[in-house]
Design a protein around this ligand. Sequence first.
Ligand code: THU
Length: 164
Amino acid sequence: MSIQSIHFSWQVFESLEQVPANLQPLIIQAREQTKISYAPYSHFHVGAVALLNNGEIIKGTNQENASYPIGICAERTLLSAAATVFPEVGIKVMAISYFNHRPNERSDTPISPCGMCRQAMFEFEERTSTPIQILLTGQSGQIYLINRAADLLPLAFSGAVLKD
Ligand code: THU
């Protein structure tokens, strides 16, 4: 028997001003992007903005549906758009923000991407051989900077095991 461990560290910034200047516009845009999300059921509005390896910007929002399971998260909306418009171009950095419009809720702590999106970001990273830096934020408060999607999914299931 042996014990294995995985160490994960990330950067925490106390405010927008502390974030490296080149990343600040992405955070501002992700916060802004939440305003056009379609979330009439959860009232949890998510926006994602990515800078691609070719310098282009791609955005996503969560898109809900009266048939709840059909809804898609902002991150996966963005990944689908990126892979459609610029096939095989890697993502350098993705900023993700939210606005929780439910009564008495706040939007001042960093968002935490769901497991499905972590898996999708991990595969995007693998297929483009580009680590995706991930900025997690609310409308204010702390901002997390993660080095790569794989850090958010220890022992990830990889398509490598399905290839001949
Ligand atoms: N959601 C996202 O778009 N991204 C996340 O990281 C977390 C959750 C969406 C899905 C759903 O429309 C709403 O937020 C509430 O779960």
